[in-house]
Design a protein around this ligand. Structure first.
Ligand code: FMN
Length: 212
């Protein structure tokens, strides 16, 4: 039986592709490396393509801005999913997010999750002058796939995936965000395979085995 204090890897996949997905392949490798370092660890999965997340509604937003003592049963119901997702994120040891770039940004499936977890007073605070993150425990690893090449060069300004996710997780307080990415996934097969191998070679150094 698993120890209840076992570290948890919260894995969030967002590619619409279940087959042939480069971001999911990288996430599989990262998950295995994490399990190698945390043999007693548990994996919690959120597959946003298989089980799309509800979008926030007008009532959810009303609930987000209503003081706890004034919450009605309707508002509690509309914010219940957000409560669960934020608790899941805060208690994770590591959050692994796999994502493709779609139209220069995150897939809408992942944006729906983001809109549920970025919540004032729960995952970030504002004191009237500055913001502070309230999700200070988990580290994050991003597994990203880009169809085109050049995001380190001429296409840099069009990359609203890696920089956005890195900044967002930092805003929430996560202490460390690592990024493993493959570009040009729609290019020639041999080159794609080489690029995947290069990205995979950086994965083992992300995690160090915890002494027993
Ligand atoms: C709807 C859609 C939009 C895409 N938009 C972009 C884009 O803006 N830039 C890009 O470099 N590749 C784009 N691509 C290509 C994907 O990022 C690429 O195929 C990637 O490998 C998909 O991730 P996956 O392999 O994990 O499924 C797009 C693909 C789709 C299906």
């Amino acid at each position: 039986m698993k120890n209840t204090a076992a570290p948890t890897l919260l894995r969030i996949d967002s590619s619409a592709r279940r087959n042939g997905s480069v971001s999911r392949l990288l996430a599989d490798n990262i998950e295995n490396a994490w399990l190698g370092a945390h043999p007693d660890g548990e994996i919690k999965r959120r597959d946003l393509a298989a089980d799309p997340m509800s979008h926030i509604s007008e009532t959810t937003i009303q609930g987000f801005y209503t003081p706890a003592e004034q919450m009605t049963s309707t508002l509690l119901a509309a914010t219940a999913l957000s409560d669960v997702l934020i608790a899941e994120l805060k208690s994770a040891h590591t959050v692994l997010i796999s994502a493709p770039i779609y139209n220069f940004s995150v897939p809408s499936s992942l944006k729906a999750w983001i809109d549920q977890v970025v919540r004032i007073g729960h995952s970030f605070a504002y004191d009237g002058q500055s913001f502070s993150g309230l999700v200070t425990q988990p580290r994050a690893v991003l597994a990203l796939a880009y169809g085109a090449a050049g995001y380190q060069g001429p296409m840099k300004d069009m990359d609203h995936l890696g920089p956005y996710l890195t900044q967002l997780l930092g805003f929430l307080g996560l202490p460390r965000v690592d990024l493993i990415a493959v570009e040009d996934t729609t290019g020639e097969a041999l080159k794609v395979s080489d690029a995947v191998k290069t990205a995979q070679s950086a994965i083992p150094s992300l995690f160090q085995r915890v002494p027993a």
